[in-house]
Ligand binder design. Structure first.
Ligand code: AMP
Length: 131
């Protein structure tokens, strides 16, 4: 059975898309730690990021770098933090989180409750800066 992220990429489940190319897809995390919290995934479904081929692994990170640049322009912050966990969704993904202080990247903290309208606004702001 395809992962929830494969279903998002296929358009079967909606997402707040930020960027896409032939091999990779970026969209807002639905339970964000910060405004602009984005997930970057390979379209090729592989559970564990270190099981990606060298080419896919490098490509995913290069794509994430471009998404991070757009994120930084759209959501002013001190840094874009990155993390890979994969404890919940078995489809490799990189978390990109705009942070101003260490505590902003805290997977245990209560998540933000953002309206659908605000999530759409954020996604569109990031997408407009993606190059
Ligand atoms: P982890 O696998 O531990 O890296 O966590 C998976 C992340 O995916 C969590 O931050 C979830 O909020 C996020 N997530 C799960 N389902 C969706 C979805 N349908 N759309 C966007 N983000 C999701």
């Amino acid at each position: 059975m395809p992962s929830i992220f494969s279903r998002i990429i296929a358009g079967e489940i909606p997402s707040y898309k930020v960027a896409e190319d032939e091999h990779f897809y970026a969209f807002l995390d639905i339970n964000p730690m910060a405004e602009g919290h984005t997930l970057v995934v390979p379209k090729h479904e592989v559970d564990y990021i270190f099981d990606l081929s060298d080419e896919e692994y490098a490509g995913l990170h290069l794509f994430a770098k471009r998404v991070a640049a757009a994120l930084e322009k759209a959501m002013p912050c001190k840094r874009i933090a990155t993390a890979v966990l994969g404890m919940e969704v078995p489809h490799a993904h990189i978390h990109l989180v705009p942070i101003n202080k260490e505590d902003d990247m805290n997977f245990r903290a209560p998540k933000l409750q953002l309206s659908a309208e605000r999530l759409a606004q954020i996604a569109s702001a990031i997408a407009s800066k993606f190059e």
